[in-house]
Write a protein that binds this ligand. Structure first.
Ligand code: FE2
Length: 374
């Protein structure tokens, strides 16, 4: 059932306005080296740092930016810190999906009143560049949402961070903004988390995919996409469905040891350039068979990009009634088969590439087979 809601600019239902994704924070084993990877491979620029040199004794954080996308990579300096515990349990993974709001205290109070579990009370910090207020609530697994109110903060990132520049020349690769962030939740939990986003944040259910949409011979999953009123925040939530073999969602849950963020989709205006660069810089992608391209024109019709280029880079295409989209998925970016990236270029389409699900899941199954986890 593919029930894409046409109008996604109705903000009446929102519990509070959200301007977009403020940042995504990863807890990792070695933030210094992860920062190097995101600079050299993904073309992010280092903009700020917090650690012992700035008075933070237990953690080190690197803030990276490319256009509107901001990643924070945090590692623990002690075995006792919660960041170390998070990494021990989950491996490198996403801890914070931070949302940019006008009033973080109001967002937090409203969310908690509507049933969110508080993680951190509103807190305002200040330096010579201005004030930032943050407050956090729990979501699935050990993931949290932090509401960030920046008023007119002029510093590099937030009070407590010092500006820092990449120690090498960085060439961005055209990544623009976070298109959507996908969560994997345990069997039977999808509807509960969809309800959470509807009740707490006032999000709308945008699309439903059941196991008839997303299944191969062996594995299946179900997915529902929730979105805020302006459509800047889109959270697909996946849960495993019964198949003959272990689904990719179950494999994720086994390795991540709880619900958590599965993939982050980042948008580009020129996917051919972006993916060409990523491949040159050593980023690994899932591969669909060349036969995929034999039927692609029948399925999606005319597109502006060269089919040969798409085939060379193994980029996928799909169409809905508003336009088309181009997409590709990396392999997991850490040793555990957990978090990965989607690179997406939207040419009118607001959907998620349903026409590619089968080819993609078969590609994932080939990877699972190599890992012995299918
Ligand atoms: Fe996606």
């Amino acid at each position: 059932m593919d029930t894409l809601t046409k109008s996604n600019t109705d903000t009446n239902q929102d519990t509070f306005p959200i301007r977009g994704t403020d940042y995504i924070e990863f807890y990792v084993g070695n933030a210094k080296q992860a920062a190097h990877y995101y600079q050299t491979a993904f073309g992010f620029k280092l903009i700020a740092y917090r650690g012992p040199e700035t008075g933070a004794k237990e953690t080190a954080s690197y803030v990276l930016q490319q256009d509107k996308i901001r990643f924070v990579l945090t590692a623990s300096l002690t075995p006792e810190h919660e960041v170390a515990e998070h990494v021990r349990k989950h491996g490198d993974g996403v801890k914070v999906l931070a949302l940019w709001v006008d009033d973080a205290t109001d967002a937090f109070n409203k969310a908690v009143k509507r049933g969110a579990e508080p993680y951190r009370q509103p807190n305002t910090t200040e330096d010579e560049h201005g004030k930032v207020t943050t407050a956090s609530i729990h979501t699935y697994g050990e993931t949290i949402h932090t509401f960030v109110e920046r008023s007119d903060y002029k510093g590099a990132f937030m009070p407590g961070f010092m500006p820092m520049e990449s120690p090498m020349e960085i060439t961005p690769i055209g990544l623009k903004y976070v298109d959507h962030c996908v969560g994997n939740v345990e069997l039977g939990q999808m509807n509960e988390w969809v309800k959470f986003y509807q009740d707490v944040m006032g999000f709308k259910l945008l699309v439903t995919f059941d196991d008839k949409d997303i299944s191969t011979k062996y594995t299946a999953l179900m997915s529902k996409v929730v979105s805020n009123g302006n459509g800047f925040i889109k959270f697909p939530i996946n849960e495993p469905a019964k198949g003959l073999k272990k689904s990719q969602i179950e494999e994720y849950l086994d390795y991540y040891r709880s619900s958590g963020v599965q993939h982050i989709a980042v948008a580009t205006d020129d996917i051919i350039h972006t993916v060409d660069e990523l491949r040159k810089r050593g980023v690994d992608f899932l591969r669909v068979p060349d036969t995929y391209y034999e039927t692609v024109t029948d399925r999606v019709g005319e597109i502006n990009e060269s089919l040969n280029e798409l085939k060379r880079l193994n980029i996928l295409v799909d169409r809905d009634d508003e336009g088309y989209l181009l997409q590709i998925f990396t392999k997991p970016v850490q040793d555990r088969p957990t978090v990965f990236y989607e690179i997406i270029q939207r040419e009118g389409a607001r959907s998620f590439g349903k026409g590619n699900f089968k080819a993609l899941f078969e590609a994932i199954e080939r990877e699972q087979e190599l890992r012995g986890t299918l």
